[in-house]
Ligand binder design. Structure first.
Ligand code: NOJ
Ligand code: CA
Length: 559
């Protein structure tokens, strides 16, 4: 990549993996995707069975949630052996087989790296929790006194193990934080190790070794869980970023086609830290929530106060505000456009389903947007058919997230084609609704959401301006107004996208000097764009969108 000239000159960038420029990811929550052996839990051979389906969507990359040995207190984000596939999903040989089969079809496979913590059942932690000093004593963060918590914003657990100290957790109580050191260790608290402590360095080397192990086997990269959480007391993330930059240097040198994807939700920082991609999701800003998830009175972890929720921009009430998304997005976009990619996903295993309270048409408009943004689209499994949020008791630490993790609905057969097990044995129940969406039904219907998503994906991949690196520029974006119109462009190719998620019809005009009337609608519903005398006139029905190819280069102006 060229040097950016936007303040990151000191960050020496190498070419990002070439395949990223046209990548569309599919996120698979393996326990719920496809059960091949009838035990009620999805597995790796099940993923292999469905690779052709994934390819048919237009996706050329997979992010697989953790598939490693684990007691599954947090759905596998509590790992007890980083080098071993969980028996319920298959074997290491099955994962290797998945890499092979995916690669045959032009699909990359990225794993989930839980870099910051393990399960308390991990042998490293079990050793660390012992009172006598051993190799793993410092691999986790322990205070030096069983009565003393870690203080600050760290959470400590006391009194569970024989070791005289409290250990720091990252998420749930059984997810102890690996020791990446403290950015500014307090001399009065000698248990806070510096980042260059040999044991801290050993943990870091081990994490690299884990990545190497799977990359050598055929993995194409990692989505890194809680990537910002590693070094403690690192208020400006300087030390955490320094670690990831070291990792990136190894990628650039030894695995230049492998990708590092952050769960950070601060692309300006994460990309600067060396990640190729960061998700702009519900942490650190309200950008994502106000775009797609603002109606929820309950977010994944708690009930929100009325001041905290309102209307998404993608909401038929037409009471959303694109500026709340765009103001944040543009800051990140400008800071990262030469260096890496932002992803605004359709959803994920931690978020409420996109389809909640949305009709198929509304979902079509949302997908038209998601598939025409710069960066990397991610489709969370099942969102492409509009799978719904199901009200369920917690499973494997899912709590409010559980309802977005139900089994994939393949067809009208037993258990919606997910599994041949008895209903009682299923990992989670299937959406009980009679009219639940299924892949099979939507495959037969040209107008289905599934086929719509396929057409959008195909259009994206064959249109360089719409791909990851095409420029992005708002053309009509007014606070609390609809529609939202933006331009994507690359090497003289110009695409204009207009979305109106509101149920109100809208009519806007904006300057289109030089445009002529050479405009072609390549995909859309309910949107008409006309150009006359240097003005563009856009008429949109309620819940509509249009993707237009500009046949003669335009100089777009402000409305
Ligand atoms: C983020 C993951 O997406 C989530 O599912 C998990 O519970 C936490 N990190 C803890 O690892
Ligand atoms: Ca199974």
């Amino acid at each position: 990549m060229p040097e950016s000239g936007i303040g990151y000159e000191r960050l020496v960038q190498r070419p990002t993996p070439s395949w990223l420029s046209s990548a569309i990811f599919y996120e698979i929550y393996p326990q719920s995707f496809r059960d091949s052996n009838g035990d009620g839990i999805g597995d790796l051979p099940g993923v292999i069975e469905k690779l052709d389906y994934i390819r048919s969507l237009g996706c050329n990359a997979i992010w697989l949630n953790p598939c490693f040995a684990s007691p599954f207190g947090d759905a596998g984000y509590d790992i007890s052996d980083f080098y071993k596939v969980a028996a319920r999903y298959g074997t290491n040989a099955d994962l290797k087989w998945l890499f092979r089969e995916a690669h045959k079809r032009g699909i990359k496979v990225c794993l989930d790296l839980v870099a910051g913590h393990t399960s308390t059942q991990h042998p490293w932690f079990q050793a660390s929790a012992r009172p006598e000093k051993n190799k793993y004593t410092n691999w986790y963060i322990w205070t030096d006194n069983g009565w003393k918590g870690p203080g600050g914003n760290l959470t400590g657990i006391k009194g569970v193990y024989e070791r005289d100290g409290a250990f720091v957790t990252n998420f749930f109580a059984f997810q102890p934080a690996l020791n990446y050191g403290f950015a500014n260790p307090d001399p009065a608290q000698p248990w806070q190790l510096p980042v260059n402590h040999p044991d801290v360095q050993a943990v870091r080397r081990e994490m690299m070794k884990i990545m190497e192990f799977w990359l050598e086997m055929g993995a194409d990269g990692f989505r890194v869980d809680m990537a910002a959480s590693l070094v403690k007391g690192d208020t400006d993330y300087k030390e955490t970023m320094a670690f990831w930059r070291e990792v990136r240097a190894v990628y650039d040198r030894d695995h230049p086609e492998a990708v590092l994807i952050a769960e950070w939700s601060d692309p300006a920082l994460a990309i600067k830290a060396g990640f190729h991609i960061d998700f702009l999701i519900h942490f650190n800003s309200t950008a994502y929530t106000t775009l797609l998830r603002n109606e929820r009175k309950r977010d994944i972890f708690r009930v929100r106060t009325t001041a905290e929720y309102g209307h998404s921009f993608f909401d038929r009430s037409g009471q959303g505000n694109i500026a709340e998304f765009l103001d944040v997005y543009l800051v990140h976009y400008k800071a990262t456009r030469e260096l890496g990619y932002i992803s605004v996903p359709s959803g994920n295993h931690d978020l409420g389903r996109l389809a909640t309270d949305r009709s198929t048409h509304e979902l079509e408009v949302a997908f038209a947007f998601l598939m025409t943004l710069p960066g990397i689209p991610y489709i969370y499994m099942g969102d492409e058919i509009g799978m719904r949020q199901i009200d369920l008791p917690s499973k494997e630490g899912g709590f409010g997230r559980t309802g977005a993790r139900t089994p994939m609905q393949w067809d009208s057969g037993k258990n919606a084609g997910f599994s041949s097990a008895t209903a009682k044995k299923l990992y989670l129940p299937i959406d009980p609704a009679k009219n639940r969406p299924t892949v099979a039904r939507q495959e037969r219907d040209k107008k289905s959401l599934l086929n719509h998503v396929r057409r959008l994906a195909a259009l994206r991949v064959k249109t360089p301006a719409l791909c990851a690196g095409g420029a992005f520029e708002p053309v009509y974006a007014t606070a609390k107004k609809y529609p939202f119109v933006y331009r994507r462009s690359l090497d003289g190719e110009e695409i204009l996208v207009a979305v109106n998620p509101s149920r109100q019809a809208v009519k806007v005009s904006f300057d289109a000097t030089n445009l002529g009337d050479d405009i072609e609608c390549v995909m859309g519903r309910g949107a008409q764009l006309r150009v006359a005398k240097g003005r563009a006139h856009l008429e949109m029905k309620g819940i509509s969108y249009g993707i237009f190819r500009v046949l003669r280069t335009a100089v777009w102006g402000k409305p």
